[in-house]
Design a protein around this ligand. Sequence first.
Ligand code: ADP
Ligand code: MG
Length: 375
Amino acid sequence: MSASLEQTVHAALTTVIDPELRRPITELGMVDSVEISDDGRVRLAVLLTIADCPQRGTITADSEKALSGVAGVTSVEVELKVMNQAQRDALKEQLRGPGDRRGIPFNKPGSLTKVFAVASGKGGVGKSSVTVNLACSLAARGLRVGILDADVHGFSVPALMGITQAPTRVDDMILPPVAYGVKVISIGMFVTGNQPVAWRGPMLHRALEQFLTDVYFGDLDILFLDLPPGTGDIAISVAQLLPNAEILVVTTPQAAAADVAERAGAIATQTGQKVAGVIENMSYLEMPDGSRMELFGSGGGEALAGRLSATLGADISLLGAIPLDIRLRKGGDTGSPIVLGKTWTPAATALADIADKLAARPRGLTELKLGLQPR
Ligand SMILES: Nc1ncnc2c1ncn2[C@@H]1O[C@H](COP(=O)(O)OP(=O)(O)O)[C@@H](O)[C@H]1O
Ligand SMILES: [Mg+2]
C-alpha cells in the first residue's frame, strides 16, 4: 500500500462531517482505525458518541461515499463502535472547554453570539412564526443560527421547522437537532406526546439555565429565544441568565395588542436589557383587487416603537411590517418556512428584510464593555 493512498484516504475522511456536531469526524476523535490492504480494500472503524446515535446511518453512508470516491480504493467497509467514557470526556472537553463549572457559553467574554429574545404581549401574534422565518433566512445566507424555544407552555418551534427527531444526549451534553441549517432545542423535545408542561417559576428558570449550559450549540452567530407571551417568569429569567440578550418585540397593528406589547418591551428598563426593535405582524391582508384590508387596524407597530423609544430613552425602530399570508400559515403547518420557498410573497420579503437588518447589527465583541472611562 502506498503512502499516498493512505494520505488521500485520510484527506477523504476529513470531508465526513458529523451531522450534529458539524465538524469533521477526524477532528472529533471519531476515527478509531483505518486499515488499507494492498489491493485497495479499506476497513474503517468509526467511534460513535453513544450506541443508539440517531446519525449512525448518515455517518456510515457519508464515510462510504467519501472513501469509495478515492482513486485506488476498491472496497469500503465501515464498522461502528462506541466511545468509552474517557473518549467521550475528551470529546466534551474539546467541544466545551475544560472544567465542570462551564456556565453559559453566550456570556463568556469574547462570545460573538448575538442573542435576540423574541417577546410579545399576548399569544397568537406570530412570535414563533417570525422567529423561525428569521432564523431560517439568516441561516440560508450562511450564518450559524440557533433557536431556543423557551415557550414552555406553548412550544411550537419543532413543528414549525418540521423537526421530529429528538436531541442526542452525550452524558450531560445535549446536541440539538438541525433543520434548514438551524440548531433547534425546545422543551417540546423533552416531553412525550403532546403533554402540557405544568412547571412553575423556579423550575422554569432551572430548565432554561440547563438548556443554556448543557445544550451544545457550538459557535453561533445568532441565537433566537422564542419567549412565552407576556412579562412572566421566563422573561425575567432570560434577563438574569442572558443579560446581553436584546429584545425583539412582536405585535399586531391593533392598539390594544400594542399596549400589552409595550409592557413586554418596557421590562427592559428594569432588567437593563436593550430593545433591538419592533416587528409588526398581520399588518394587512392583500385583497384580490390589490387593495389592503386592515383586519387588525393599523399603526400599532409604529406607535409601539415610538412609545418604547420615549420610555427607554433610545431610538427603537419598527424593523418591518409583515402582512397576513395564507402561505406563511401553511408553511408553518407543514414545517417548511415561507422564507425558504420559491415564491417571494410580500410576507416573505418583509421577513427577509427584517433578517437583513438583524444581520447588519453589530455582533457581540463590539459591544463588550472594555472598562474604559470617558475622558
Ligand atoms: N403573517 C401571518 N399570516 C398568516 N398567518 C399567520 C401570520 N403570522 C402568524 N400566523 C398564524 O397565526 C398563528 C399564531 O402564530 P404563532 O407564530 O404560533 O404565534 P405566537 O408564537 O405569537 O403564539 C399560527 O397559526 C400562524 O400560522
Ligand atoms: Mg409561539
